[in-house]
Design a protein around this ligand. Structure first.
Ligand SMILES: *Cc1c(COP(=O)(O)O)cnc(C)c1O
Length: 424
């Protein structure tokens, strides 16, 4: 990278990948330190290759990816069927303006609506955008259908929520680190404790437009609500003409052993935010999905995104859905999740205070005697990539394509990492 002109020429002649492959871990860290904002604190591993559940760093060390890009690589890295669909689409057209029609985007919206057992789709890119879209839909529905006075709509959200990082969304986060320094925040949100139906009932007013929640609070530490709670929320919403919005950006698409985590109870939403795994581990694809009554409030000009709804993303997402369905991802997730939890329960460490999860959205919580930074390091040394979320809970969200052998191998490695942490 001696002279800039040479660098641009190298990018074109050598190819960018070859330039990237030549860098050491130290050089990569230096680039991040100097040129990338410091809004993440990565572990010192430079991932250069992926295949299924396995990833490799620049020295060829192999790891099992148990973060799974926070569940975005549900199909594993570079799933060959989805990669082929992407390549095929690249022979035709990739990105079009929403000023025109695209057959691919139309088919994608129908497929996602059908898959979700809802009627219409508003395609976006990130999970945060999907939630922002749901918030806008709920507010406009409140004013134009429910008849709430202008600018008075309230949305009930939950303690320890995670819905993304936009200014509106962090404004109703209860995690100080997510919001400090970013105010003033958007009004119109009421925070109540998660899992307490009476608190929800007490928070409802004639101006309540919607309840926005996660069926399992993943970032919040894999918090599963009490049995019956999701159905109670649905009932409260129906009785009060309030929309139920489930954020299934992380829990959706078979992660918890069903297509969507709301399906564990009678709690079908009016609006659903999806993302992450919808992109097949290849591209950012998200959406708000909903009933016709709600989705119909959007008129031309009300909302949009340049890349939201493009043929390449549509081809990838629809193929991602097809793979999930034909390869029984829901069943796999349930079986492998149960096996993984059972094996974790067999570990002899009293420092593991709880193992929580549904399907392959699993967390194990350790007590205060465990240095989580050290355990993370030992997990990495033993070839398991994962990181703790809040509450000293380590998240296990591997690709749903994981096999029995790999589950057993992984638990052995976790066992070794524990032993190293306790002995050192
Ligand atoms: C990851 C996540 C989001 C945000 O998605 P981005 O694509 O990072 O914007 C929103 N909600 C939940 C539940 C998530 O896990």
């Amino acid at each position: 990278m001696s002279s800039t002109t040479t660098f641009w020429q190298d990018v074109l002649s050598k190819g960018f990948r070859h330039i990237a492959e030549d860098l050491s871990l130290g050089q990569v860290q230096e680039l991040f330190h100097t040129y990338s904002t410091h809004n993440y604190k990565p572990l010192p591993i430079n991932l250069m290759r992926g295949d299924g559940i396995r990833v490799w760093d620049e020295s060829g060390n192999e790891y099992l990816d148990f973060i799974g890009t926070y569940s975005a690589t549900a199909h594993g890295h570079l799933n060959p069927t989805i990669v082929q669909a992407l390549k095929d689409q690249l022979d035709a057209i990739a990105v079009t303006s929403r000023a025109f029609y695209s057959a691919e985007v139309g088919l994608f919206c129908k497929a996602l609506a059908d898959y979700s057992d809802l009627q219409m789709v508003c395609p976006m890119n990130s999970g945060a955008e999907a939630n922002e879209t749901c918030i806008k839909l709920a507010r406009k529905w409140a004013y134009t259908v429910k008849g709430i006075p202008n600018d008075q709509a309230e949305i009930i959200v939950f303690q320890d929520n995670f819905h993304g990082r936009t200014t509106t969304i962090v404004g109703f986060s209860t995690e100080p680190a997510y919001k400090a320094g970013f105010g003033p925040f958007t009004p119109g949100f009421k925070v109540v404790p998660y899992g307490d139906i009476e608190a929800v009932k007490a928070a409802i007013t004639p101006n309540t437009a919607a309840i926005l929640g996660e069926p399992i609070q993943a970032e919040g530490g894999i918090i599963i609500p009490p049995d019956g709670y999701m159905a109670q929320l649905r009932q409260v919403c129906t009785e009060n003409n309030v929309l139920l919005i489930w954020d299934e950006v992380q829990t959706g698409f078979c992660r918890t052993g069903k297509r969507f985590a709301w399906q564990y109870e009678d709690s079908k939403p009016d609006l659903l935010a999806v993302g992450k795994a919808l992109g097949g581990g290849l591209l950012p694809v998200s959406a708000a999905v909903g009933t016709k009554e709600v989705m119909d409030v959007f008129q031309p000009g009300d909302h949009g995104s340049t890349f939201g709804g493009n043929p390449l993303g549509a081809a990838v997402a629809i193929t991602a859905l097809a793979v999930m369905e034909t390869e029984d991802f829901a069943g796999k997730s349930e079986r492998m999740g149960n096996l993984l939890m059972a094996k974790l329960h067999e570990l002899p460490y009293e420092q593991i205070v709880e193992i929580r999860g549904r399907g392959l959205l699993i967390g194990f919580e350790v007590d205060d005697s465990i240095d989580t930074y050290k355990l993370s390091g030992n997990l990495t040394k033993n070839g398991i990539l994962t990181k703790e979320t809040r509450n000293k809970t380590f998240r296990l969200t591997p690709p749903l394509t994981i096999t029995e052998d790999i589950v057993e191998d992984a638990v052995d490695r976790i066992d070794q990492a524990f032993r190293a942490t306790l002995n050192g």
